[in-house]
Write a protein that binds this ligand. Structure first.
Ligand SMILES: Cc1cc2nc3c(=O)[nH]c(=O)nc-3n(C[C@H](O)[C@H](O)[C@H](O)COP(=O)(O)OP(=O)(O)OC[C@H]3O[C@@H](n4cnc5c(N)ncnc54)[C@H](O)[C@@H]3O)c2cc1C
Length: 636
């Protein structure tokens, strides 16, 4: 029996209403509603012009006129005071690469962490007032790509600490007192941090959290268990998500230096991120001062988690852009060395296609990082855009590792000491952490359709419920008549779409190849808009159950956005190799969207680009360290 009152229903989010009207169980509607509510509360932290409905991705699909200026970020300013710290940090890692980064357990050593702390690395995103460097996010993410080229784990740790760890929650949601207390220690590296959200029973489903905190006197008493927590060991700091009175909340927790009866590490072997610590945390009547509770102006602990996750998703893509540079740079010497049937494999069309494809993936990742981090700095929430960056970055790295890097290196890929074999789990795990890709793809789609659904479909759904229609069908004249008031605005919108002019914007002086891609993307947006609207009409309030359709549509919209962003990025690079790399990715995405087979022209373009890269003409991989070829032999 439903326990919702009319007052509750007023408070319900669109997703919750839709699920109830669509016949879902009370529990599922309530749980999904809680997540949707948290999402709406995050929205309200941003000025209206920076909220999802006004974001570039949303506008591109729904507005009929793509705001191209919102897809083309300006170049990074020539300098910023944080540059000194960035260069010093890069220098430290460059110098330490020869065996001095890790300790005897194979983890990033305390020495390395401290030397980086001395340079200011852990405070890059923290305001100088608290001892940090105040780096704009676009500069920070650019550094992560450069750092990942030397050591992806060191880049990853900066992201864990600064984006999803304690830094973002405190600097965004802390009181002045909390900032004074925590930020200087987080900036100096005295307190390194991570974020503890996942539990054995709660990963994708964050409404299943069970860790609780109960106020006793001046302290919260925490009970529960966390799983898969990166960079959090005794003595470090965590943004700990707990339930307080049944609602998610975040406590900033300084863990004791040693395990004790109230706090234990749950150890396990984990293949991914093996150079960092990742473990479970078990709390048994663990006490945390009440003043360590973060109180967002609206919403709850999930509001805080979602905020940091967006930054983390861009950082993940930035790290992938660095790792893919390592793969490409290390494919070239091998491809030139390895001879089969009397010829270096670098001369073969198949291998050249892989080289070109990898350059295209790097171009796409670079383009997305530049775009999304600029949006964040501009004040956008960037929810949909950051999801695109996360999905593209992780999927591109997976493809690069398996389809391009591993295949080109053949059996040597599996030797100990080989970049592929040693790091394969790190190349794959980003598909899962910070949100598994397909789940995020559906979240993207839900963000995309929310406004449209609220505007046109919610009133219809409510009227259907009020009138008591069992199987509403707008084609049935009686139903249409009964729902005429609610159907009319949608009918007007639909008719308007039929007569909407085609978006024919052009970017002056653009390379012809890239201009053609931009034109394709603009046309595709209007087609995709029609498809999304069609799916909403067809499935109505049952759309939430059509997960495969949502995921499929979501991916095509994402691909079209990646295509547009990459073409515009290529246009800003000015260098032929980067333009050609952007062109290759755009051609690939167009074929994916249209289902066409690759033409001979495409294969020639790919070979030509590979030749440029093989002759050292791709700036993106200049200076990227190259490993020794394993099992080298004398080539005759
Ligand atoms: C290397 C690594 C580091 C990590 N670091 C951290 C960290 O620092 N802090 C932290 O809090 N967490 C961390 N995590 C956890 C990570 O965020 C979770 O693994 C991730 O969110 C997925 O949750 P799960 O593993 O519980 O997957 P599950 O919830 O078990 O889901 C498994 C799969 O089931 C499917 N699925 C689930 N629900 C649905 C649905 N409703 N509809 C359709 N399909 C569904 C999806 O394919 C999903 O991916 C880390 C994980 C890894 C691997």
């Amino acid at each position: 029996m439903s326990t919702t009152t009319p007052a509750d229903r007023e408070q319900q989010s669109f997703a919750e209403t839709a699920l109830r009207l669509g016949g879902k169980t009370e529990e599922e509607a309530r749980r999904t509603g809680a997540v949707d509510k948290a999402d709406e509360q995050v929205e309200s932290l941003f000025k209206p012009q920076y909220q999802t409905a006004n974001s570039p991705a949303h506008k591109a699909v729904w507005d009929g006129h793509v705001p191209l200026e919102l897809f083309a970020p300006p170049a990074l300013p020539a300098s910023h005071p944080s540059d000194r710290t960035m260069e010093a940090s890069l220098e430290i890692v460059r110098r330490r690469r020869e065996g001095k980064i890790f300790d005897e357990k194979g983890k990033v050593s305390t020495d390395t962490l401290q030397e980086l702390a001395g340079a200011g690395y852990w405070g890059l995103l923290i305001d100088p007032r608290y001892g940090g460097q105040g780096a704009p996010f676009a500069r920070f993410s650019d550094l992560l790509t450069r750092m990942a080229v030397y050591d992806p784990m060191i880049a990853g740790l900066a992201s864990i600490h600064g984006c999803i760890g304690a830094v973002d929650p405190v600097r965004t949601f802390g009181t002045p007192e909390q900032k004074e207390r925590f930020l200087p220690r987080l900036a100096s590296g005295e307190a390194l941090s991570g974020f503890a959200l996942t539990e054995p029973g709660a990963g994708s489903d964050l409404t299943a959290l069970r860790t609780t905190a109960v106020l006793e006197g001046d302290e919260y008493v925490v009970n529960g268990e966390k799983l898969f927590i990166t960079n959090v060991i005794p003595g470090r700091t965590a943004g700990l998500v707990v339930l307080i009175d049944g609602k998610p909340a975040v406590l900033v927790v300084d863990l004791p230096k040693e395990e004790n009866e109230n706090f234990k590490i749950v150890p396990y072997g984990l293949y991914a991120l093996r150079q960092a610590y990742n473990n479970g945390l078990r709390f048994n009547r663990f006490r945390v001062p009440r003043e360590n509770l973060l109180k967002p102006p609206v919403g709850d602990g999930l509001t805080i988690a979602y905020h940091g996750l967006n930054l983390g998703r861009v950082s993940l893509c930035a790290g992938a852009a660095g790792s893919m540079r390592i793969m490409l740079a290390n494919m070239l010497p091998w491809a030139e060395f390895r001879r089969t049937y009397g010829q270096a494999i670098a001369t073969r069309e198949l291998v050249k296609r892989r080289i070109a494809r990898l350059a295209g993936l790097i171009a796409g990742a670079d383009a997305l990082v530049a775009w999304t981090s600029w949006l964040i700095d501009e004040g956008y929430r960037g929810e949909m855009e950051c999801i695109i960056a996360k999905i593209f970055g992780s999927e591109a790295m997976k493809e690069a590792a398996i389809e391009l890097f591993m295949k080109t290196h053949g059996g040597r890929s599996f030797l100990k000491g080989h970049l592929f074999g040693d790091n394969v789990y790190d190349f794959l795990a980003p598909c899962i952490y910070e949100g598994e890709g397909e789940m995020l793809g559906m979240a993207f789609f839900k963000s995309l359709v929310k406004e449209h659904g609220k505007r046109f479909f919610e009133p219809i759904g409510k009227a259907v419920q009020r009138i008591g229609l069992k199987n509403p069908n707008p084609m049935n004249p009686l139903h249409a008549w009964k729902l005429r008031k609610e159907l009319a605005p949608y009918a007007r919108w639909r008719v308007g779409q039929m007569f909407a002019p085609r978006d024919r914007q052009q970017v002056p002086g653009m390379d012809r190849r890239l201009a053609d891609h931009v034109d394709f993307a603009l046309e595709s947006f209007s087609r995709l808009r029609g498809e999304v609207a069609g799916a909403m009409e067809k499935y109505q309030l049952k759309l939430a159950d059509r997960q495969c359709r949502m995921a499929e549509l979501s991916q095509r919209i994402q691909d079209n956005i990646v295509l547009l962003v990459t073409a515009l990025w290529g246009n800003r690079q000015g260098k032929e190799a980067s333009i050609a790399a952007a062109d290759i990715l755009c051609q690939d995405l167009r074929r994916k969207l249209t289902g066409k087979r690759p033409s001979d022209h495409y294969f020639r373009d790919a070979s030509r680009l590979a030749d440029v890269i093989l002759s050292g003409g791709f700036e993106a991989i200049a200076g990227v360290p190259r490993e020794e070829i394993l099992m080298k032999y004398e080539n005759k």
